[in-house]
Design a protein around this ligand. Sequence first.
Ligand code: APR
Ligand code: PHB
Length: 385
Amino acid sequence: MRTQVGIIGAGPAGLLLSHLLHLRGISSVVLEKRSRDYVERRVRAGVLEQGTVDTLVEAGVGARLLREGLPHHGIELRYGGAGHRIAFEKLVPGRSITVYGQQEVVKDLIAARLEAGGDVRFEVEDVALHGLEAEPYLTFGGERLDCDVIAGCDGFHGVSRPSVPDGVLSFFERDYPFAWLGVLAEVAPSSEELIYSQTERGFALHSMRSPTVSRFYLQVPPDATTEEWPDERIWDELKARLETVPGFTLTTGRIIEKGVTPMRGFVTEPMQYGRLYLAGDAAHIVPPTGAKGLNLAVADVRVLTEALDRFFSTGSTGLLDGYSDACLKRVWRAQHFSWWMTTLLHTFDSDDDYGRRLQRSHIDYVTSSDAAATTLAENYVGLPW
Ligand code: APR
Ligand code: PHB
């Protein structure tokens, strides 16, 4: 079996890459170890930058996103007994974000790939990479797939990155001393906009998915388990961390999903080796506070699509050679912003009184200075694509 681009992983990165390549007449096969049902149900983040929305719409997979996605023109920072709105329309006129669940993006992409006759294989076992220096091929479940190029879109725990010989790649990493407990609930959002709440008990985020489904996150210890968080405890803690301003009441409802996500920043340099190109979480991850993970994956895939198109249409490797450099500037901007938002809003057990005063001064500055608020807003809505 032969294809131009062998893609490992049917997350947003792998599926979008396959679809964008198809639109340029380039063939690919996507190999995914999980079932279709599993990847379509996996609840992840849900904030799309304008560039991500534009990319999906231009690719013809944005119809439902435009119908059901929720446009947002601001967020609230809540702390010290008051809420402070970061007003995108004032600070970064004409730029906004759209709230639409990542698994909805995945569903739309899978439907589009299958409708176009795309080759997406689920529940594929033992994917292995070979010949990365010159003649790449993949093996899986007793089969062999020869390719011109391999795209490693298999997330942080995938096989692509570890297939590169030791010593070739450099890794940059920061672990945070806490995790996020993510909760999906069948209840109308208690707020029209996202609330990022900083409290002495820890951080909480009120987000949403639709007029009838809300999404919440709680800062929890790094080793927390969902068993330790029965529904009642979750609602008590969300109330304690969100009902901190006069007149705000959190409406509770049935919890339909919960999970714990570690908080980590991680970057691979370079994002390529021989004929292997890493994209999305396979190459980098950010703590979710800045809502950048999915958007970075889409940005990588756009750059990679251009580079592959040039390669297959002219034989020139110029853009492919520069793929990593072209991506890493945005990747590091997102790393810095995500770290900045995380330190602004979370409770660090290691902080002394001095550290807590610094944090308060920082957040006061962000909510009182247009210059500082603009820094937050322009990074949050995303740098120009
Ligand atoms: N073989 C085949 N598929 C694999 C393998 C493997 N050995 N290992 C992992 N995969 C699959 C996973 O099951 C998953 O479906 O690769 C896919 C990777 O998808 P994501 O983790 O969603 O990563 P990506 O497409 O880069 O999307 C980045 O996802 O993690 C979030 O917040 C992150 O929003 C960001 C986005
Ligand atoms: C989400 O809606 O899942 C979400 C929103 C904002 C974030 C992270 C996640 O910063």
